[in-house]
Design a protein around this ligand. Structure first.
Ligand SMILES: Cc1cc2nc3c(=O)[nH]c(=O)nc-3n(C[C@H](O)[C@H](O)[C@H](O)COP(=O)(O)OP(=O)(O)OC[C@H]3O[C@@H](n4cnc5c(N)ncnc54)[C@H](O)[C@@H]3O)c2cc1C
Length: 376
């Protein structure tokens, strides 16, 4: 029987993971990677939940578990008028809470792994057009037809605009995120989140002497020399006793964007091109992973029952299951971000609310459950 054929366009974390996961099914997979070799290096670190880690490592291979740094706890702090107060500790008994990896390292490993799949081919070609009616991808001198096409080309892609238009639920945050790697001698083993006056800063350990930071601040900071500002703030909040160094600082725009259309016929948008959420809760790729694992199980169901995926309802089922959860998550994260935003008038009320919040175990259990496995 001729294998069904699918195409994954885009070689960011979403495209590579989708190709890796769907490549395990009895399908022919084409992965279309961006041809430009001079692309900007992604210095970000990503934190994923335990349940996502367990599913992902089955595909990536257990021998690569060492690239994930495992954090057992996260401590939350809030900056009030003149002090920084610890207000919550989240831990899951003896289990690990977060699995942290450097994006470029995981991408390289996935790429190496998918190069070993006989049913998966990577093409470094520029897509000229996607023919929605015929389910075809057109290149300069070649065309391919597919049973399904997954577009994973990120938030700034022209392909997406051309096919899916410009309708969004959007909230411009007027914020940017600074990221950098910090080397130190302070033995930091657990993640920390500081809700600072300027905006939330996440400390994501990569080993005991190295962490990645993500600091979301107002876009007023964009043209400022960010390194001295970050160094000053780190000294203040972590009270480093010895020297530390920070790598080149990278900067990402932040917005909450949720597309009205995720699909056209058998073409489905995945990843940051379909929605992006504020990085404050470190949930963006976690949601995307749940999307990919759901797709995998649905498509597998159809293939094992001998149903052609081009005639199946897998996209409808995906949209029904995943879209509401992703929207709810995005809105929830916006709420959290707004709550912690510095506001002179509401600061005293927040201080009262946060004072004893660490005692509310039910609230902690709910946050742990939702961030590990999602809402539904
Ligand atoms: C500062 C920051 C910190 C974050 N931290 C976390 C975290 O801790 N936990 C978490 O879960 N999430 C986190 N996220 C979210 C996470 O980083 C993103 O969800 C994830 O990187 C999205 O990847 P993507 O592949 O969808 O998009 P992108 O990374 O934008 O990748 C798109 C890819 O498509 C390629 N491409 C574009 N056009 C074409 C084309 N025509 N043909 C072929 N290829 C093409 C591009 O070259 C690129 O490689 C964070 C986000 C930010 C901004």
């Amino acid at each position: 029987m001729i294998k069904q054929k699918i195409c994954v366009i885009g070689n960011g974390l979403t495209g590579l993971t989708t190709a890796l996961v769907l490549g395990k099914l009895n399908l022919n997979v084409h992965l279309i990677a961006a041809p430009d070799k001079k692309k900007r290096k992604d210095i970000r670190t990503t934190a994923i939940s335990e349940s996502n880690y367990k599913s992902l490592i089955d595909f990536v291979g257990k021998k690569y578990s060492k690239i994930f740094f495992q954090s057992k706890e996260i401590d939350l702090y809030k900056e009030h008028s003149s002090e920084i107060k610890h207000f919550m500790n989240l831990s899951n008994k003896d289990k690990n809470l977060m699995f942290l990896f450097q994006n470029e390292i995981l991408k390289k490993i996935i790429q190496k792994k998918i190069n070993t799949y006989k049913n998966l081919k990577i093409y470094y070609k520029k897509v000229r057009k996607i023919d929605v009616e015929k389910n075809k991808v057109l290149f300069a001198n070649k065309n391919f037809s597919y049973d399904a096409i997954f577009v994973c080309t990120g938030s700034k892609s022209e392909i997406i605009q051309n096919i899916f238009g410009d309708r969004f639920i959007e909230r411009k945050a007027d914020e940017i995120a600074f990221t950098s790697i910090v080397n130190h001698n302070s033995n930091i083993l657990n993640a920390k989140q500081f809700f600072l006056k300027e905006g939330p800063m996440a400390i994501l350990p990569l080993n005991k002497n190295k962490f990645s930071l993500v600091w979301s601040v107002s876009s007023r900071f964009k043209n400022k020399n960010s390194a001295p500002i970050i160094i000053k703030k780190l000294k203040e909040i972590l009270k480093f006793k010895s020297n530390f160094t920070i790598s080149k600082v990278d900067c990402f725009p932040i917005s909450f964007k949720f597309r009205s259309n995720f699909n056209k016929k058998n073409i489905l948008l995945l990843g940051e091109g379909s929605y992006n959420v504020h990085p404050v809760a470190g949930q963006g790729f976690n949601l995307i992973l749940r999307d990919i694992f759901y797709l995998n199980s649905k498509i597998n169901e159809y293939i094992t029952n001998g149903i052609q995926i081009r005639d199946s309802l897998f996209i409808d089922e995906y949209l029904k299951q995943r879209k509401p959860e992703n929207l709810l998550f995005g809105l929830g994260i916006n709420f959290v971000n707004n709550f912690f935003k510095f506001n002179k008038i509401t600061e005293p009320i927040k201080k009262i609310i946060l004072k004893d919040i660490n005692k509310f175990n039910v609230l902690k259990d709910i946050s742990l459950r939702v961030s590990n496995k999602g809402i539904f």
